[in-house]
Design a protein around this ligand. Sequence first.
Ligand SMILES: [Zn+2]
Length: 127
Amino acid sequence: MIDMDWLLARCIVTPHGCLIWLGANSGERQPGRRDTGRGYGKVRIDGIGHYVHRLVFNEMVRPVERWEEVDHLCARWFAEPYLSRLCCNPEHLEAVPSLTNQHRRILPPPHSLRGTSGRFVSNIGAE
Ligand SMILES: [Zn+2]
């Protein structure tokens, strides 16, 4: 079980309540290479690597099924959506089928006509 004190000691809290992981992340490259800034929080427990957001959801909300991905609902209110990948607030996470997560990823945030990739994307077919 995740110790929340341990978790909180490794995060900063944003005004929106995001818990931004300050430890290792999957966007870090080899020494001398630039951090991509698009990584997910990573932690190693007993020699096994985990994504922090997935681990938190799995332990504090419900088990994540094999066909699911843990989506960051807070990506919608971040000016820089990639930063939300480091959030591990269980209230900001939702486990959804991979296809749903991919579909959401290309939709623009409600306040913008730009998708997270910076390209205009149509809202047709949105849920
Ligand atoms: Zn968040």
